[in-house]
Design a protein around this ligand. Structure first.
Ligand code: BG6
Length: 483
Protein backbone atom coordinates (compact mmCIF):
# COMPACT_ATOMS: atom_id res chain seq x y z
CA UNK A 1 0.00 0.00 0.00
CA UNK A 2 1.30 3.47 -0.96
CA UNK A 3 1.56 5.89 1.99
CA UNK A 4 -1.15 8.55 1.91
CA UNK A 5 -0.38 12.29 1.76
CA UNK A 6 0.41 13.70 5.22
CA UNK A 7 -2.73 15.44 6.46
CA UNK A 8 -4.76 16.58 9.44
CA UNK A 9 -7.93 14.57 10.01
CA UNK A 10 -10.41 16.85 11.78
CA UNK A 11 -13.40 15.11 13.36
CA UNK A 12 -16.43 17.13 14.42
CA UNK A 13 -18.23 15.07 17.04
CA UNK A 14 -14.90 13.96 18.48
CA UNK A 15 -16.23 12.30 21.60
CA UNK A 16 -19.19 10.54 20.00
CA UNK A 17 -19.87 6.87 19.56
CA UNK A 18 -19.02 6.75 15.85
CA UNK A 19 -15.64 8.36 16.49
CA UNK A 20 -14.84 5.95 19.28
CA UNK A 21 -16.09 2.74 17.67
CA UNK A 22 -15.29 3.29 14.00
CA UNK A 23 -13.28 6.37 13.06
CA UNK A 24 -10.36 6.21 15.51
CA UNK A 25 -9.75 2.45 15.03
CA UNK A 26 -10.02 2.82 11.23
CA UNK A 27 -7.57 5.74 11.08
CA UNK A 28 -5.15 3.80 13.25
CA UNK A 29 -5.46 0.65 11.15
CA UNK A 30 -4.79 2.57 7.93
CA UNK A 31 -1.77 4.12 9.61
CA UNK A 32 -0.35 0.77 10.71
CA UNK A 33 -0.92 -0.66 7.23
CA UNK A 34 0.71 2.18 5.32
CA UNK A 35 3.45 2.45 7.96
CA UNK A 36 3.66 6.24 7.82
CA UNK A 37 2.67 7.44 11.30
CA UNK A 38 3.71 11.02 10.55
CA UNK A 39 1.11 11.23 7.76
CA UNK A 40 -1.77 10.63 10.15
CA UNK A 41 -2.65 13.48 12.47
CA UNK A 42 -5.93 13.72 14.28
CA UNK A 43 -7.71 16.77 15.64
CA UNK A 44 -10.89 16.10 17.58
CA UNK A 45 -13.38 18.98 17.66
CA UNK A 46 -16.39 19.21 19.92
CA UNK A 47 -18.32 21.59 22.12
CA UNK A 48 -17.54 19.53 25.22
CA UNK A 49 -14.94 20.70 27.70
CA UNK A 50 -11.72 18.87 27.13
CA UNK A 51 -7.99 19.07 26.60
CA UNK A 52 -5.44 17.42 24.34
CA UNK A 53 -4.57 15.05 27.17
CA UNK A 54 -8.17 14.03 27.77
CA UNK A 55 -8.78 13.38 24.09
CA UNK A 56 -5.53 11.39 23.90
CA UNK A 57 -6.84 9.26 26.75
CA UNK A 58 -10.18 8.85 24.91
CA UNK A 59 -8.32 7.84 21.73
CA UNK A 60 -6.13 5.45 23.65
CA UNK A 61 -9.17 3.77 25.19
CA UNK A 62 -10.96 3.56 21.85
CA UNK A 63 -7.90 1.81 20.40
CA UNK A 64 -7.60 -0.47 23.40
CA UNK A 65 -11.24 -1.53 22.97
CA UNK A 66 -10.56 -2.20 19.30
CA UNK A 67 -7.67 -4.45 20.28
CA UNK A 68 -4.69 -2.08 19.87
CA UNK A 69 -2.15 -1.51 22.62
CA UNK A 70 1.54 -0.93 22.94
CA UNK A 71 4.14 1.69 22.25
CA UNK A 72 2.89 2.69 18.78
CA UNK A 73 -0.51 3.56 20.28
CA UNK A 74 1.10 5.54 23.10
CA UNK A 75 3.45 7.38 20.78
CA UNK A 76 0.81 8.21 18.17
CA UNK A 77 -1.61 9.54 20.79
CA UNK A 78 1.10 11.63 22.43
CA UNK A 79 2.54 13.15 19.27
CA UNK A 80 -0.22 13.22 16.70
CA UNK A 81 -3.58 13.54 18.48
CA UNK A 82 -5.07 16.92 19.49
CA UNK A 83 -8.32 18.39 20.74
CA UNK A 84 -10.08 21.67 20.11
CA UNK A 85 -13.16 22.85 21.95
CA UNK A 86 -15.46 25.11 19.96
CA UNK A 87 -17.21 27.74 22.00
CA UNK A 88 -20.88 27.13 22.64
CA UNK A 89 -23.18 29.20 20.45
CA UNK A 90 -20.26 30.39 18.34
CA UNK A 91 -20.97 31.52 14.80
CA UNK A 92 -17.48 31.22 13.45
CA UNK A 93 -14.66 28.73 13.36
CA UNK A 94 -11.84 31.26 13.26
CA UNK A 95 -10.36 29.82 16.44
CA UNK A 96 -10.39 26.37 14.84
CA UNK A 97 -8.61 27.73 11.76
CA UNK A 98 -5.91 29.27 13.98
CA UNK A 99 -5.51 26.02 15.85
CA UNK A 100 -5.23 24.00 12.63
CA UNK A 101 -2.59 26.37 11.29
CA UNK A 102 -0.64 26.16 14.55
CA UNK A 103 -0.68 22.35 14.56
CA UNK A 104 0.34 22.24 10.89
CA UNK A 105 3.22 24.62 11.54
CA UNK A 106 4.40 22.59 14.56
CA UNK A 107 4.25 19.27 12.73
CA UNK A 108 5.57 20.63 9.42
CA UNK A 109 2.39 19.64 7.52
CA UNK A 110 1.66 21.13 4.14
CA UNK A 111 -2.04 21.87 4.77
CA UNK A 112 -3.98 18.81 3.52
CA UNK A 113 -7.18 18.60 5.56
CA UNK A 114 -10.11 16.25 6.03
CA UNK A 115 -13.19 17.57 7.82
CA UNK A 116 -15.36 14.68 8.98
CA UNK A 117 -18.84 15.55 10.24
CA UNK A 118 -19.61 12.77 12.74
CA UNK A 119 -22.48 14.89 14.03
CA UNK A 120 -26.24 14.68 14.35
CA UNK A 121 -27.68 15.81 11.00
CA UNK A 122 -29.22 18.99 12.46
CA UNK A 123 -25.68 20.29 12.94
CA UNK A 124 -24.43 19.63 9.37
CA UNK A 125 -25.47 22.84 7.69
CA UNK A 126 -24.25 25.25 10.34
CA UNK A 127 -20.82 23.59 10.57
CA UNK A 128 -20.48 23.53 6.78
CA UNK A 129 -21.41 27.20 6.66
CA UNK A 130 -18.97 28.09 9.42
CA UNK A 131 -16.17 26.16 7.74
CA UNK A 132 -16.80 28.19 4.60
CA UNK A 133 -16.93 31.51 6.44
CA UNK A 134 -13.72 30.75 8.31
CA UNK A 135 -11.97 30.18 4.98
CA UNK A 136 -11.53 26.49 5.70
CA UNK A 137 -13.24 25.16 2.56
CA UNK A 138 -9.95 25.56 0.77
CA UNK A 139 -6.46 25.53 2.21
CA UNK A 140 -2.80 25.38 1.32
CA UNK A 141 -3.14 21.69 0.33
CA UNK A 142 -6.22 19.62 -0.54
CA UNK A 143 -9.39 19.92 1.56
CA UNK A 144 -12.04 17.19 1.75
CA UNK A 145 -15.42 17.19 3.50
CA UNK A 146 -16.96 13.94 4.73
CA UNK A 147 -20.68 13.98 5.54
CA UNK A 148 -22.26 11.16 7.50
CA UNK A 149 -25.75 9.84 6.89
CA UNK A 150 -28.61 10.58 7.00
CA UNK A 151 -28.20 13.08 4.18
CA UNK A 152 -31.48 14.99 4.34
CA UNK A 153 -34.89 13.95 5.56
CA UNK A 154 -36.61 14.14 2.17
CA UNK A 155 -35.94 15.57 -1.29
CA UNK A 156 -36.31 19.21 -0.25
CA UNK A 157 -33.93 18.96 2.71
CA UNK A 158 -31.36 16.91 0.77
CA UNK A 159 -31.45 19.50 -2.01
CA UNK A 160 -31.05 22.31 0.50
CA UNK A 161 -28.09 20.58 2.15
CA UNK A 162 -26.43 20.08 -1.24
CA UNK A 163 -26.90 23.78 -1.97
CA UNK A 164 -25.35 24.70 1.38
CA UNK A 165 -22.37 22.45 0.71
CA UNK A 166 -21.91 23.75 -2.82
CA UNK A 167 -21.96 27.35 -1.59
CA UNK A 168 -18.50 26.62 -0.14
CA UNK A 169 -17.20 23.28 -1.43
CA UNK A 170 -16.81 21.88 -4.89
CA UNK A 171 -18.42 18.47 -5.45
CA UNK A 172 -15.01 16.87 -6.00
CA UNK A 173 -14.20 17.72 -2.35
CA UNK A 174 -17.33 16.08 -0.94
CA UNK A 175 -17.58 12.50 0.40
CA UNK A 176 -21.13 11.47 1.41
CA UNK A 177 -20.91 8.30 3.45
CA UNK A 178 -23.04 5.22 2.95
CA UNK A 179 -21.21 2.54 4.90
CA UNK A 180 -22.74 -0.22 2.72
CA UNK A 181 -20.50 0.95 -0.12
CA UNK A 182 -17.46 0.20 2.04
CA UNK A 183 -18.43 -3.43 2.47
CA UNK A 184 -16.22 -5.70 0.36
CA UNK A 185 -19.15 -7.81 -0.70
CA UNK A 186 -21.12 -4.79 -1.92
CA UNK A 187 -18.15 -3.61 -3.99
CA UNK A 188 -17.79 -7.12 -5.29
CA UNK A 189 -21.20 -6.87 -6.95
CA UNK A 190 -19.48 -4.89 -9.69
CA UNK A 191 -16.64 -7.39 -10.03
CA UNK A 192 -19.09 -10.28 -10.06
CA UNK A 193 -21.16 -8.68 -12.79
CA UNK A 194 -18.63 -6.99 -15.01
CA UNK A 195 -15.70 -9.42 -14.76
CA UNK A 196 -17.81 -12.51 -15.48
CA UNK A 197 -19.49 -12.60 -18.84
CA UNK A 198 -21.15 -15.87 -17.89
CA UNK A 199 -23.55 -14.03 -15.59
CA UNK A 200 -23.64 -10.63 -17.23
CA UNK A 201 -24.89 -12.02 -20.54
CA UNK A 202 -27.96 -13.37 -18.75
CA UNK A 203 -28.50 -10.32 -16.54
CA UNK A 204 -31.57 -8.91 -18.27
CA UNK A 205 -35.32 -9.18 -18.81
CA UNK A 206 -34.94 -12.01 -21.33
CA UNK A 207 -33.40 -14.32 -18.75
CA UNK A 208 -34.28 -12.92 -15.32
CA UNK A 209 -37.75 -13.34 -13.88
CA UNK A 210 -37.32 -11.39 -10.64
CA UNK A 211 -34.76 -9.96 -8.25
CA UNK A 212 -35.22 -10.22 -4.50
CA UNK A 213 -33.33 -8.19 -1.93
CA UNK A 214 -33.55 -9.05 1.76
CA UNK A 215 -31.83 -6.95 4.41
CA UNK A 216 -32.91 -8.47 7.69
CA UNK A 217 -31.83 -7.51 11.18
CA UNK A 218 -32.61 -9.40 14.33
CA UNK A 219 -31.86 -6.39 16.55
CA UNK A 220 -34.45 -3.77 17.44
CA UNK A 221 -33.80 -0.05 17.67
CA UNK A 222 -31.16 -0.57 20.40
CA UNK A 223 -31.40 2.70 22.32
CA UNK A 224 -31.93 4.74 19.14
CA UNK A 225 -35.72 4.75 19.14
CA UNK A 226 -35.79 8.53 19.67
CA UNK A 227 -34.09 8.99 16.29
CA UNK A 228 -35.76 6.01 14.65
CA UNK A 229 -39.30 7.06 15.48
CA UNK A 230 -38.78 10.17 13.32
CA UNK A 231 -36.96 8.31 10.59
CA UNK A 232 -38.60 4.92 10.02
CA UNK A 233 -37.40 2.15 7.77
CA UNK A 234 -37.47 4.01 4.44
CA UNK A 235 -35.14 6.75 5.65
CA UNK A 236 -33.02 4.49 7.82
CA UNK A 237 -32.34 1.63 5.40
CA UNK A 238 -34.07 1.95 2.03
CA UNK A 239 -33.28 5.43 0.73
CA UNK A 240 -29.58 4.83 1.29
CA UNK A 241 -28.26 1.27 1.73
CA UNK A 242 -30.89 -0.69 -0.18
CA UNK A 243 -31.00 1.82 -3.00
CA UNK A 244 -27.23 1.37 -3.37
CA UNK A 245 -27.76 -2.38 -3.67
CA UNK A 246 -30.51 -1.87 -6.26
CA UNK A 247 -28.36 0.39 -8.38
CA UNK A 248 -25.27 -1.83 -8.23
CA UNK A 249 -27.21 -4.95 -9.13
CA UNK A 250 -29.05 -3.31 -12.03
CA UNK A 251 -26.81 -0.56 -13.49
CA UNK A 252 -25.21 -0.71 -16.93
CA UNK A 253 -21.48 -1.33 -17.29
CA UNK A 254 -19.41 1.81 -16.74
CA UNK A 255 -16.78 2.64 -19.36
CA UNK A 256 -14.08 2.42 -16.71
CA UNK A 257 -13.77 1.64 -13.04
CA UNK A 258 -13.72 5.30 -12.10
CA UNK A 259 -15.74 7.35 -9.68
CA UNK A 260 -17.75 9.42 -12.13
CA UNK A 261 -18.18 6.67 -14.73
CA UNK A 262 -19.67 4.40 -12.07
CA UNK A 263 -21.76 7.10 -10.46
CA UNK A 264 -23.16 8.19 -13.84
CA UNK A 265 -24.45 4.67 -14.42
CA UNK A 266 -25.93 4.48 -10.94
CA UNK A 267 -27.78 7.74 -11.44
CA UNK A 268 -29.06 6.55 -14.83
CA UNK A 269 -30.66 3.45 -13.41
CA UNK A 270 -32.08 5.31 -10.41
CA UNK A 271 -33.77 7.70 -12.81
CA UNK A 272 -35.41 4.73 -14.53
CA UNK A 273 -37.09 3.31 -11.42
CA UNK A 274 -40.81 3.73 -11.87
CA UNK A 275 -42.74 5.76 -9.27
CA UNK A 276 -43.69 3.54 -6.32
CA UNK A 277 -47.40 2.85 -5.92
CA UNK A 278 -49.13 2.45 -2.54
CA UNK A 279 -50.39 -1.02 -3.48
CA UNK A 280 -46.82 -2.21 -4.02
CA UNK A 281 -45.75 -1.44 -0.45
CA UNK A 282 -46.43 -3.21 2.84
CA UNK A 283 -45.20 -1.59 6.03
CA UNK A 284 -44.90 -3.32 9.38
CA UNK A 285 -44.14 -2.49 13.00
CA UNK A 286 -42.91 -5.20 15.36
CA UNK A 287 -44.86 -6.37 18.33
CA UNK A 288 -43.46 -8.39 21.24
CA UNK A 289 -42.11 -11.78 20.22
CA UNK A 290 -39.28 -14.27 20.56
CA UNK A 291 -35.88 -14.20 18.86
CA UNK A 292 -33.30 -16.93 19.43
CA UNK A 293 -35.43 -18.24 22.29
CA UNK A 294 -35.52 -14.87 24.06
CA UNK A 295 -38.63 -12.78 24.61
CA UNK A 296 -38.26 -9.25 23.19
CA UNK A 297 -40.61 -6.28 23.75
CA UNK A 298 -42.68 -4.46 21.14
CA UNK A 299 -41.37 -1.36 19.34
CA UNK A 300 -44.25 0.62 20.83
CA UNK A 301 -43.10 -0.30 24.36
CA UNK A 302 -39.84 1.61 23.99
CA UNK A 303 -40.21 4.74 26.17
CA UNK A 304 -38.68 6.88 23.40
CA UNK A 305 -41.40 5.91 20.92
CA UNK A 306 -44.34 8.32 20.68
CA UNK A 307 -47.67 6.95 21.87
CA UNK A 308 -49.63 5.52 18.94
CA UNK A 309 -46.62 5.80 16.62
CA UNK A 310 -47.21 4.55 13.06
CA UNK A 311 -43.48 4.41 12.30
CA UNK A 312 -42.61 1.42 10.15
CA UNK A 313 -39.83 -0.89 11.32
CA UNK A 314 -40.36 -3.15 8.29
CA UNK A 315 -41.13 -2.67 4.64
CA UNK A 316 -41.63 -5.04 1.75
CA UNK A 317 -42.15 -3.57 -1.69
CA UNK A 318 -42.15 -4.23 -5.36
CA UNK A 319 -40.22 -1.91 -7.66
CA UNK A 320 -39.80 -1.83 -11.40
CA UNK A 321 -37.09 -0.37 -13.60
CA UNK A 322 -38.46 1.06 -16.82
CA UNK A 323 -35.47 0.61 -19.13
CA UNK A 324 -34.47 -1.74 -21.95
CA UNK A 325 -32.66 -4.16 -19.69
CA UNK A 326 -35.20 -4.50 -16.88
CA UNK A 327 -38.70 -3.54 -18.06
CA UNK A 328 -41.21 -6.00 -16.57
CA UNK A 329 -38.80 -7.61 -14.07
CA UNK A 330 -40.09 -7.04 -10.52
CA UNK A 331 -37.58 -6.14 -7.83
CA UNK A 332 -38.86 -7.32 -4.47
CA UNK A 333 -37.28 -5.64 -1.47
CA UNK A 334 -37.80 -6.36 2.19
CA UNK A 335 -36.02 -5.07 5.23
CA UNK A 336 -36.85 -4.78 8.89
CA UNK A 337 -35.84 -4.86 12.50
CA UNK A 338 -36.54 -7.81 14.78
CA UNK A 339 -36.71 -10.35 11.99
CA UNK A 340 -35.60 -13.93 12.72
CA UNK A 341 -31.91 -13.33 11.96
CA UNK A 342 -29.39 -10.91 10.50
CA UNK A 343 -28.78 -11.48 6.83
CA UNK A 344 -28.35 -9.42 3.68
CA UNK A 345 -28.96 -11.32 0.47
CA UNK A 346 -29.75 -10.64 -3.16
CA UNK A 347 -31.40 -13.41 -5.14
CA UNK A 348 -31.55 -13.21 -8.93
CA UNK A 349 -34.19 -15.67 -10.09
CA UNK A 350 -33.94 -16.86 -13.70
CA UNK A 351 -36.79 -17.80 -16.00
CA UNK A 352 -37.76 -21.36 -16.69
CA UNK A 353 -36.84 -22.96 -20.02
CA UNK A 354 -39.36 -22.00 -22.74
CA UNK A 355 -40.73 -25.53 -23.03
CA UNK A 356 -40.74 -28.03 -20.22
CA UNK A 357 -39.82 -31.54 -21.25
CA UNK A 358 -39.62 -32.87 -17.67
CA UNK A 359 -43.06 -33.41 -16.27
CA UNK A 360 -43.77 -34.41 -12.71
CA UNK A 361 -46.91 -35.11 -10.79
CA UNK A 362 -50.09 -33.60 -12.20
CA UNK A 363 -48.24 -32.73 -15.37
CA UNK A 364 -46.47 -29.81 -13.73
CA UNK A 365 -42.99 -29.05 -14.91
CA UNK A 366 -40.66 -30.64 -12.38
CA UNK A 367 -37.65 -28.43 -13.05
CA UNK A 368 -36.59 -25.66 -10.66
CA UNK A 369 -35.51 -22.18 -11.53
CA UNK A 370 -31.84 -21.23 -11.64
CA UNK A 371 -31.03 -18.76 -8.91
CA UNK A 372 -27.92 -16.75 -8.10
CA UNK A 373 -27.88 -15.85 -4.42
CA UNK A 374 -25.37 -13.29 -3.29
CA UNK A 375 -24.96 -13.22 0.48
CA UNK A 376 -23.53 -9.88 1.50
CA UNK A 377 -23.41 -10.56 5.26
CA UNK A 378 -22.83 -12.60 7.33
CA UNK A 379 -21.39 -15.83 5.79
CA UNK A 380 -20.44 -13.78 2.74
CA UNK A 381 -20.50 -15.68 -0.49
CA UNK A 382 -22.37 -16.77 -3.61
CA UNK A 383 -24.56 -19.67 -4.42
CA UNK A 384 -25.75 -20.74 -7.85
CA UNK A 385 -28.63 -23.18 -7.90
CA UNK A 386 -29.10 -25.49 -10.84
CA UNK A 387 -30.96 -28.73 -11.58
CA UNK A 388 -29.46 -32.20 -11.87
CA UNK A 389 -31.04 -35.54 -12.52
CA UNK A 390 -31.27 -37.65 -9.38
CA UNK A 391 -29.88 -41.15 -10.01
CA UNK A 392 -32.34 -43.86 -11.01
CA UNK A 393 -35.83 -43.73 -12.37
CA UNK A 394 -38.38 -42.31 -12.76
CA UNK A 395 -36.54 -39.23 -13.95
CA UNK A 396 -36.49 -36.71 -11.11
CA UNK A 397 -34.83 -33.29 -11.08
CA UNK A 398 -33.28 -31.93 -7.92
CA UNK A 399 -31.91 -28.45 -7.33
CA UNK A 400 -28.25 -28.39 -6.26
CA UNK A 401 -26.09 -25.48 -5.08
CA UNK A 402 -22.62 -24.40 -6.18
CA UNK A 403 -21.02 -22.39 -3.38
CA UNK A 404 -18.34 -19.82 -3.00
CA UNK A 405 -17.57 -18.62 0.54
CA UNK A 406 -15.35 -15.64 1.23
CA UNK A 407 -13.88 -16.99 4.43
CA UNK A 408 -12.73 -20.17 2.70
CA UNK A 409 -10.94 -18.18 0.01
CA UNK A 410 -9.68 -15.09 1.78
CA UNK A 411 -8.37 -13.84 5.11
CA UNK A 412 -10.25 -11.21 7.14
CA UNK A 413 -12.51 -8.80 5.24
CA UNK A 414 -11.63 -5.18 6.05
CA UNK A 415 -14.12 -3.11 8.02
CA UNK A 416 -16.29 -0.87 5.82
CA UNK A 417 -15.16 2.28 7.61
CA UNK A 418 -11.50 1.44 7.13
CA UNK A 419 -12.06 1.12 3.39
CA UNK A 420 -13.98 4.39 3.21
CA UNK A 421 -11.51 6.34 5.33
CA UNK A 422 -8.59 5.15 3.25
CA UNK A 423 -10.46 6.24 0.11
CA UNK A 424 -11.04 9.72 1.55
CA UNK A 425 -7.33 9.97 2.37
CA UNK A 426 -6.49 8.88 -1.18
CA UNK A 427 -9.05 11.15 -2.79
CA UNK A 428 -11.08 8.35 -4.41
CA UNK A 429 -14.80 9.21 -4.55
CA UNK A 430 -15.97 5.94 -6.14
CA UNK A 431 -17.57 4.61 -2.95
CA UNK A 432 -19.27 7.87 -1.99
CA UNK A 433 -22.67 9.17 -2.95
CA UNK A 434 -22.74 12.05 -5.43
CA UNK A 435 -25.16 14.97 -4.99
CA UNK A 436 -27.41 14.01 -7.92
CA UNK A 437 -27.45 10.39 -6.75
CA UNK A 438 -28.73 11.24 -3.28
CA UNK A 439 -31.36 13.59 -4.71
CA UNK A 440 -32.57 11.01 -7.22
CA UNK A 441 -32.98 8.53 -4.44
CA UNK A 442 -35.00 10.98 -2.35
CA UNK A 443 -37.09 11.87 -5.41
CA UNK A 444 -38.14 8.23 -5.56
CA UNK A 445 -39.08 7.81 -1.88
CA UNK A 446 -40.39 11.25 -0.90
CA UNK A 447 -43.81 10.74 -2.58
CA UNK A 448 -44.07 7.38 -0.83
CA UNK A 449 -43.25 8.95 2.55
CA UNK A 450 -45.89 11.59 1.93
CA UNK A 451 -48.54 8.87 1.47
CA UNK A 452 -48.08 7.99 5.17
CA UNK A 453 -49.33 4.41 4.75
CA UNK A 454 -50.30 2.36 7.82
CA UNK A 455 -47.83 -0.08 9.39
CA UNK A 456 -49.26 -3.58 10.01
CA UNK A 457 -48.21 -5.42 13.17
CA UNK A 458 -45.84 -8.39 13.02
CA UNK A 459 -44.54 -10.44 15.93
CA UNK A 460 -40.80 -9.95 16.56
CA UNK A 461 -38.97 -12.99 15.26
CA UNK A 462 -41.10 -13.39 12.12
CA UNK A 463 -40.52 -12.26 8.53
CA UNK A 464 -42.92 -9.31 8.73
CA UNK A 465 -46.70 -8.95 8.37
CA UNK A 466 -48.48 -12.06 7.14
CA UNK A 467 -50.03 -10.13 4.24
CA UNK A 468 -46.71 -9.44 2.49
CA UNK A 469 -46.44 -12.32 0.01
CA UNK A 470 -50.00 -12.11 -1.17
CA UNK A 471 -50.03 -8.32 -1.44
CA UNK A 472 -46.85 -8.30 -3.50
CA UNK A 473 -47.87 -11.26 -5.66
CA UNK A 474 -45.11 -13.59 -4.47
CA UNK A 475 -46.79 -16.90 -5.21
CA UNK A 476 -44.01 -19.13 -3.92
CA UNK A 477 -42.60 -16.95 -1.16
CA UNK A 478 -39.06 -15.59 -1.08
CA UNK A 479 -36.02 -17.37 -2.42
CA UNK A 480 -33.33 -17.18 0.22
CA UNK A 481 -30.27 -19.08 1.26
CA UNK A 482 -31.04 -20.61 4.60
CA UNK A 483 -27.99 -19.61 6.60
C1 BG6 B 1 -27.55 1.99 9.78
C2 BG6 B 1 -28.94 2.11 10.31
O1 BG6 B 1 -27.32 2.93 8.78
O2 BG6 B 1 -27.37 0.70 9.24
C3 BG6 B 1 -29.20 1.07 11.38
O3 BG6 B 1 -29.14 3.41 10.87
C4 BG6 B 1 -28.90 -0.31 10.84
O4 BG6 B 1 -30.53 1.13 11.85
C5 BG6 B 1 -27.53 -0.34 10.19
O5 BG6 B 1 -28.97 -1.22 11.90
C6 BG6 B 1 -27.29 -1.66 9.48
O6 BG6 B 1 -25.95 -1.73 9.09
P1 BG6 B 1 -25.22 -3.13 8.97
O7 BG6 B 1 -23.85 -2.78 8.48
O8 BG6 B 1 -25.23 -3.74 10.34
O9 BG6 B 1 -26.00 -3.93 7.99
Amino acid sequence: MEPVDPHLFVIFGATGDLTRRKLIPSIFRVMTEDGAAAAHNLLGVSRSDGSDDEFRQFTNEALHTAGYDGSLVEEWCRERVFYHQTERGTTDLDSLRDRIEAIEADLGLSGNRIFYLALPPVAFSSVIDQLGRAGLATGPGWTRLVVEKPFGHDLATAHQLNDQIHAHFDEHQVYRIDHYLGKETVQNLLAFRFANLLFESAWNRDRVEAIEITVAEHLGTEGRAGYYDHAGVIRDMVQNHITQLISLISMEAPNAFEADEIRNQKVDVLESIAPIKAEDVVYGQYEAGVIDGEAVPAYADDPEVAAGSNTATFVAMRLGIANWRWEGVPIFVRTGKRLPRKTTQIAVVFRRPPVCIFHGVKDECSSHQNVVIITLQPNEGFEVRFDVKAPGSPLTLVSQPLHFDYDEAFARLPDAYQTLILDVMEGDQTLFVRSDEVENSWALYTPLLEMDLPALPYPAGTWGPAAVDERLGLKNGWVMRDV
